[in-house]
Design a protein around this ligand. Structure first.
Ligand code: TYC
Length: 104
């Protein structure tokens, strides 16, 4: 949107909020394995991804049965940080749990 000031010859360009780019979002995907306990996965989904106990159980079971499931969608750096947190907690507690991410 441009407004001309005819006396001074200057032009003011206004950029409306809708021109701002939304940050790209990335899906954090939890992967199944045969060794991580179901309770640990539910605790990760509650503690790191802010899920309710019911949501966490549903996502955990979907991963267990289908092989993978989405834990949430975040800007790139947040998604990367959450993956590091999951894998650090898993390693500290002796679970092989892994995550991946993909552009949403
Ligand atoms: N498959 C695991 C088991 O039977 C449970 C599990 C669920 C592991 C989800 C990882 O992301 C996962 N104990």
């Amino acid at each position: 949107m441009a407004e001309e000031d005819h006396e001074s010859g200057t032009q003011t360009i206004e950029r409306s909020e809708t021109d701002l780019e939304e940050p790209k979002l990335f899906k954090v995907i939890l992967l199944n394995d045969d060794y991580t306990t179901m309770d640990f996965v539910v605790a990760v989904l509650e503690g790191i991804f802010g899920k309710t106990p019911a949501e966490a159980t549903q996502i955990m079971l979907q991963v267990h049965h289908k092989g993978a499931g989405v834990c949430g969608m975040y800007p790139k750096q947040i998604a990367e940080a959450k993956i590091v947190l999951v894998e650090q907690k898993a390693q500290a507690e002796g679970h092989p749990l892994r995550c991946s991410m993909e552009e949403a």
